[in-house]
Design a protein around this ligand. Sequence first.
Ligand code: DAH
Length: 341
Amino acid sequence: MQSLKDGINSIREEIKETAVSNAEQLEQFRIKFLGTKGKLKGLMGEMKNVAKDQKREAGQMLNEFKQFAEGRFEELKAQFKTNVTSDGDAATDASLPPLPNETGARHPLSTVQEKMISIFERIGFTVAEGPEIEDDWHNFSALNLPEHHPARDMQDTFFISKDPDWVLRTHTSSVQIRTMEKGVLPIRQIFPGRVYRNETISARAHCFFHQVEGLYIDEKVSFADLKQTLYHFVQQMFGEDVQVRFRPSYFPFTEPSAEMDVSCFICDSKGCSVCKHTGWVEILGCGMVHPNVLKNTGIDPEKYSGFAFGMGVDRTTMLMYGINDIRLLSENDIRFLKQFK
Ligand code: DAH
């Protein structure tokens, strides 16, 4: 009996001291003191230890305490005018204005990347991914990047460790190597993902960005296949009327190599700040896979040939949505993201 009394007194004090300032705390209060596993139920369980002749008194005490606890709950509830009933069900009050239903939105980078992916999927490419932390072989050596090539310079590459070299991949071309090494031919795949470069962060450059890489290897793949595939891609991506031009370029892993420009879709090639008044914007690098790269991955260059390409997702996203600062794409400022609903 004494322990029941002590229990009631201490819980009463606890209830008095419990401050509640929102509906969630009110619900916690209910669970803690009045719930099916709450303290009041605990006290009731102690009735069985009370001597027979004291049961009546103990019952009255408990009853009085129960009323106190429930009364306190009602008081607190009235304070917030919530719809929580004493048994915890949230009742619906149809007269209340609806709560705002905040839905999320796709990130513009995801939207553009998914559009790129789906265009290639429809012409038979599948999607694969590779690790963002790469060894020297997959990021550089196997891609025919000679040891003193400037792209290996500390300026561009984030090193995780030296000797053996582990880097944050500087391009998604590393995933080409991983796929070719598996030795399953033909290959018709695209590789989306994040890449890293040790750049000074500004409105135009970031230390990480996103690429979609493509690779097609089979017997008798020609430069004409490369052109036709990419031509199809840009028409789907930017519209039927888009013009393209290929400029000769250099990449260690392709021979010949090219860069592809599309007619500026912002100003219709009339000349604007985006195309720097040239009427053209560069969107990707491409070329025929270098025989050394095929050899490095155990593919016979006498029998197989292929093309590869790599494009930036961030720049295209900025162009398509008129975003003028690349940093906005990774800052997760809700005011920016809300515009893409
Ligand atoms: N890896 C190159 C870069 O990051 C882009 C690239 C160019 C990828 C030509 C390719 C390619 O697959 O064939 O700038």
